[in-house]
Design a protein around this ligand. Structure first.
Ligand code: SF4
Length: 171
């Protein structure tokens, strides 16, 4: 697995201050891709144990609410990211958000993607669509995207939208 960036403090991708990983590689070829250079699976740097340990150290900061996975396409790096999330969860209990161009329903059909999904807490699904862009939306760029509570959705067998713990708003 390769990555383009990792950020210690990120306030744009999920609830609160989060540490983020931007993996590289994506085959979806969305017409309005916001990050074409990250479509290339050879872009960026190789993810190693050093990066995993760095991320665990950042997540120990009490100001950091959790980890967010972005890309590129996290679900096309599902095996590698599942290893990272497992290593993080073995050390520290913090929420994990994942942003994917794939829909919830597509992820559930693929065992590797589903495995990563089950390790995470919140999924923001679907591609960003510029025609549906709405800057007032929280945690997502366009109105087609859904902010999904993964554990509740799996338990109920249907999509349950994420409720923000601070505002109480359903996304
Ligand atoms: S899923 Fe994301 S990275 Fe992949 S092509 Fe679409 S916008 Fe670009």
């Amino acid at each position: 697995m390769r990555y383009g960036q990792m950020r210690q403090y990120d306030i744009a991708n999920g609830s609160g201050i989060r540490s983020t990983i931007f993996v590289t590689g994506c085959r979806r070829a969305c017409p309005e891709c916001f990050n074409e250079e990250y479509q290339n699976f050879q872009a960026g740097s190789l993810w190693t144990e050093k990066e995993t340990q760095q991320m665990i150290q950042w997540l120990r900061d009490p100001n950091v609410e959790g980890l967010t996975l972005l890309g590129g396409e996290p679900m096309e790096n599902a095996e590698g990211l599942a290893g990272v999330v497992r290593a993080v969860k073995a050390e520290i209990s913090k929420s994990v958000w994942v942003y994917s161009g794939y829909l919830w329903e597509e992820i559930l059909r693929d065992p590797l993607k589903k495995n990563l999904l089950e390790l995470c807490d919140v999924l923001v699904d679907g591609p960003f669509i510029n025609a549906l862009r709405d800057p007032k939306l929280q945690f997502r760029g366009s109105s087609n995207q859904r902010v999904i509570d993964i554990a509740k959705s799996l338990k109920d067998g249907q999509i349950v939208l994420y409720r923000d713990e601070i505002t109480g708003h359903v996304m």
